[in-house]
Design a protein around this ligand. Sequence first.
Ligand code: SF4
Length: 188
Amino acid sequence: MLDKLKEELKNCTNCPLYKERNNIVFADGSAKAKIMLIGEAPGADEDKTGTPFVGRAGKLLNEFLQKAGLNRKKDLYIANTIKCRPPKNRKPTPMEKIACEGNLIKQIDIVKPNVIILCGATAMESFLKDKKLTITKARGKVFEYKDGIKLVPVFHPSYLLRQHSLEVNQPRDLMLKDLLMIKKLASL
Ligand code: SF4
């Protein structure tokens, strides 16, 4: 079913982002994973390869996953809120997110993860509508989605690229703690 959806999206023109895309960036990891990770939008490396989280931020994410004892290919299913790259790596507009929302929901419904990691503010805002929530306040907290699926916001690795401290309770330390908690929550 996921393959069929991916195939269909190759011709998707539901929002203007189709005009400049080189590749649909559909997903990476395992469709049987207990954890789904949702990021913001594809960047240049992702648009080139068709795979999410493969640039610098993706490499840092891989390091954190490894430290938490999570296997990117086996334990996670990774996607973005939208499947085509916004120009100049800008944030997706609300209209673009709405246009692509149905595709993400279909992915969630097929994968049926135990936990969804909302990676960064853009992914968080797609699911948690409380305008007062910031990623700093919400990260590491567990929210309910549907069918018993839990949502947990975490920092986006592109933010962590600018945070170098390894001190306790600094963003990099909190990211590792969040991933370890998520691993438990997903019963891994
Ligand atoms: S971002 Fe989503 S809705 Fe927009 S063209 Fe790409 S696949 Fe279609």
